[in-house]
Unconditional design. Structure first.
Length: 323
């Protein structure tokens, strides 16, 4: 259905504005205007109740039709929530899953950064025109996304941040994706809007649980009570989406371009795994034994946890769950 605003623009077009916008898109080969009749328009998005008539894209427009997972959450997450979004996205992006989010502060940014760090692909769906970066501090991130993915909007150039635009943006994030993963969300979080839209669109919703004392995960717990899939490892997502996206956990592997770097990483992981037993061990003990930095050990433990090989316990302790 054509909106009143679109109908008005079609009946009384601002030709000066049209010429200005077309000139901007013609300035670079990676800028695209894709109508709903274009072969590049994503089929998944056509299936929602109110698909936009036009998509404005900067970057790789072909990614619109790749298998995508939306990753959303709090704009003010905990350090743990930010790390989880980053590592889940990095891990899944290594398996050719496009990570889709909204370029917002917090979980959104961590998801984009995780995918980029893996050399994977990421889409940012924004609530402004393509010539407006919001928040402004994400200009460098937006540039990196264009280089390694794409930025998408249904709003014309010059559209500034408006509160009413972001729920509309959210329906595109979920509509482009096979499923939506909520990492951290309070009960009043906008991420719950995205999750609700995903359910209305017939898509999968995943949520990561946390401490009952953490207000930032109460939205996730609410989603789980209402039927969202509880996620503990990235494999949980792969198994759910595998039949649709033709993914298996064997395809989600790290593939660095430098063979020596791969060997060094493998040796570090094996060393860490050696010191992990089936009895709980504190992270500071692991750091001392491995003689690696605390940041490196924390990152490695989180990746092993995503793989289901390690379980974290209260008090900063870890235990091996597989041989």
């Amino acid at each position: 259905m054509v909106s009143d605003r679109t109908r008005s623009a079609l009946l009384k077009p601002d030709w000066n504005r049209v010429e200005h916008d077309l000139a901007w898109f013609e300035q670079a080969v990676n800028r695209h205007i894709i109508t709903i009749y274009d072969a590049r328009y994503p089929e998944l998005l056509k299936q929602i109740s109110d698909p936009p008539s036009i998509l404005f894209v900067e970057g790789d427009a072909d990614l619109l039709s790749h298998w995508q997972l939306a990753v959303v959450g709090s704009r003010n997450p905990s350090a743990s929530g930010r790390d989880t979004a980053y590592e889940f996205s990095r891990y899944l992006a290594q398996g050719d899953v496009v990570i889709t989010s909204g370029l917002a502060a917090g979980i959104d940014a961590a998801a984009h950064q995780g995918a980029l760090s893996a050399g994977g692909k990421t889409l940012a769906v924004i609530g402004t025109g393509l010539d407006v970066v919001y928040p402004a501090k994400h200009k460098t991130l937006a540039h990196d996304i264009v280089e390694q993915g794409a930025i998408v909007s249904e709003f014309p150039l010059g559209t500034t941040p408006r509160a009413e635009n972001f729920p509309r943006r959210n329906r595109l994030i979920s509509g482009l994706s096979l499923g939506t993963l909520v990492v951290e969300a309070a009960l009043q979080s906008g991420s719950l809007i995205t999750a609700r839209m995903a359910l209305e669109q017939g898509r999968e919703v995943f949520a990561i649980p946390g401490s009952i004392h953490n207000p930032l995960v109460r939205g996730c717990h609410k989603l789980i009570r209402e039927g969202a899939k509880l996620v503990e490892t990235a494999t949980d997502i792969i198994e759910e989406l595998g039949a649709l996206a033709e993914l298996t956990s064997s395809t989600i592997e790290h593939q660095p371009t430098d063979q020596n770097q791969q060997q060094e990483r493998d040796a570090d992981y094996e060393q860490l795994f050696e010191y992990l037993g089936f009895d709980p061990i504190a992270i500071d003990v692991l750091i001392a034994k491995c003689e690696l930095t605390a940041e490196a050990v924390s990152s490695m433990l989180l990746l092993l946890e995503l793989q289901g090989r390690v379980e974290s316990l209260p008090g900063g302790r870890y235990v091996r769950t597989s041989t």
